[in-house]
Design a protein around this ligand. Structure first.
Ligand code: NDP
Length: 487
């Protein structure tokens, strides 16, 4: 199994290499075999990438927005044409099941490029009447933006950042997670093929150190990070010490509140999607499932039945539901939380093992896991695990569910399942979360803004909101009479 790209980095419209950089092995998580070898960026590579972005950005900002949008829309078309090939690459890089990557990963990247490619021509400033004189506002790009990605949705994260940045006339230097370095390079190549001038979307490989070099670079105006809260705090601190803009898409421990009157199959399906999709490696996962007491037993029976039917295995087999976790390290982390949950007194209701699957004995698999008898103060109910581990809790009243759902430092997402729509809207209105779903979970269409309350983040991705976060407003006052001066 090989997925070797032409070179490690992508700078100024072409692949670039610097073999002085330390080696980076790209591992297929299902077999632990090496599928590519890259080099981490040296300071020289970082400098070249930022400089090529800086040099390209000024003329890109002068390109008519409609024309910028046309290039992004063409890139969306190319992504869709190559969906299968890109989905396979994403599966090799992340280990996620091909049945997911075929519908979710390049597809959502294409949606972002199409949405921002269409929206930008209508994203204008305002005209303000001042009773004779008047004013207007211009939306101007920020300059060079840095994007830093997590490993769960590599091409989606790259496109969610690149599309609004490029649409608004910025250039971007993107650093993927060192666990999943491949698909951002494919996106860069596609943008070039669509007609994007060199230097506007560069990719450099590296770990946190390279990320920090990029954030601290004096030519960089903004950073958009997708990652953990701990990394977000560091990145935001560095960016704000230099008065740079920041968008932080961070972690969560989101609640799903299921009332007695909910449609049972939909609620079970939503909770499973919100815990097991992408082997649980989704920031917005609803890992605290609050069940009202009247539905508890029926829900748990059906949840157990449907969870036992989940097929773990070869990620490239279209019948496989769940692939492995992204790395051996992540598997250790998830397993240590499973041990901790038992030590804390929660009941391991289902799963919890790290199976050795035939032909995939070295893969980083963890069974879908359900804990019951979970208390709000347990660490498994308070900390982000980022694996297929669901905590089931029970409640009596609406007020109680809201208070307990909000009792967390995080605020990324929340879900409510009920047939009572008045209650659904009332509850959602009180949940402290940036994305809420009523009778659904984890759907993130590009038309809706995405981002967190509280420690889960700052700023928004997607929707028109993202265009505001990649531009700055210039106010222009226009005098139509004489200057009134006492001097
Ligand atoms: P990390 O926070 O460990 O890393 C995120 C990215 O930041 C990686 O590319 C990492 O590099 C880089 N990085 C690490 N330290 C620094 C630093 N000091 N300066 C600059 N960059 C740095 O997150 P994971 O990759 O482990 O991803 C999982 C986390 O991401 C979870 O908490 C999850 O909830 C969150 N996430 C949030 C999403 C959202 O939209 N809100 C979506 C997806 C995930 P490297 O890892 O290569 O060393």
């Amino acid at each position: 199994m090989r997925a070797q790209p032409k070179a490690s980095h992508y700078i100024n419209g072409d692949f670039a290499e610097d073999t002085q950089g330390a080696g980076l092995d790209v591992i297929y998580p299902a077999t632990a075999e090496r599928i590519a070898q890259l080099h981490l960026a040296t300071p020289n590579v970082v400098e070249l990438a930022v400089e090529s972005a800086r040099a390209a950005q000024a003329s890109w900002a002068r390109v008519k927005p409609m024309e910028r949008g046309r290039i992004l829309r063409k890139a969306a078309d190319i992504l869709r044409t190559r969906n299968e090939e890109l989905a396979r690459l994403e599966t090799l890089d992340t280990g996620k099941a091909i049945q997911e990557t075929l519908v979710a990963d390049p597809a959502s990247a294409a949606d972002a490029l199409e949405f921002f490619g269409c929206a930008i021509a209508a994203h204008n400033g305002d005209h303000i009447e001042l009773g004779g004189p008047f004013g207007y506002t211009r939306r101007e790009p920020l300059g060079v933006c840095v994007g830093i990605g997590a490993w769960n949705y590599p091409i989606q994260i790259a496109a969610w950042k690149a599309a609004p940045a490029l649409a608004t006339g910025n250039a971007m230097v993107f650093k993927p997670s060192e666990n999943t370095p491949l698909s951002a390079l494919a996106l860069a190549e596609i943008l070039t093929e669509a007609g994007l001038p060199g230097g506007l979307f560069n990719v450099v490989q590296g770990a946190g150190e390279v990320g920090a070099q990029l954030v601290g670079h004096p030519a960089v105006a903004k950073v958009s990070l997708t990652g953990s809260v701990a990394t977000g705090k560091k990145v935001m601190a560095l960016a704000s010490s230099q008065m740079k803009h920041g968008t932080m898409e961070l972690g969560g421990k989101s609640p799903i509140v299921i009332f007695d009157d909910a449609d049972l199959e939909n609620a079970v399906g939503g909770a499973m999607l919100g815990n097991f999709y992408s082997t649980g490696q989704i920031c917005s996962n609803g890992t605290r499932v609050f069940l009202q007491k009247g539905i508890y037993d029926r829900f748990l029976d059906r949840l157990s039945e449907r969870t036992r039917a989940i097929r773990l295995g070869d990620p490239l087999d279209p019948d496989t539901h769940l692939g492995p976790l992204v790395s051996a390290e992540q598997r250790e982390r998830v397993l240590s939380y499973i041990t901790l949950g038992q030590e804390e007194g929660a009941h391991l209701h289902l799963g919890g093992g790290a199976p050795s699957l035939q032909g995939f004995e070295k893969g980083f698999f963890v069974e879908p896991t359900i804990f019951t008898e979970v208390r709000d103060d347990m660490r498994i109910a308070r900390e982000e695990i980022f694996g297929p581990v669901m905590c089931v809790l029970s409640f009596d009243t609406e007020e109680e569910a809201i208070a307990r759902a909000n009792d967390t430092e995080f605020g990324l997402a929340a879900g409510v399942f009920t047939r009572d729509m008045a209650r659904a809207h009332r509850v959602v209105g009180q949940l402290q979360a940036g994305s809420c779903w009523i009778n659904a979970y984890n759907l993130t269409p590009v038309e809706l803004p995405f981002g967190g309350f509280k420690s889960s983040g700052i700023g928004r991705e997607n929707a028109l909101a993202a265009l505001d976060h990649y531009s700055q407003i210039k106010a222009v006052y226009v005098e139509t009479g004489n200057v009134e001066s006492p001097y």
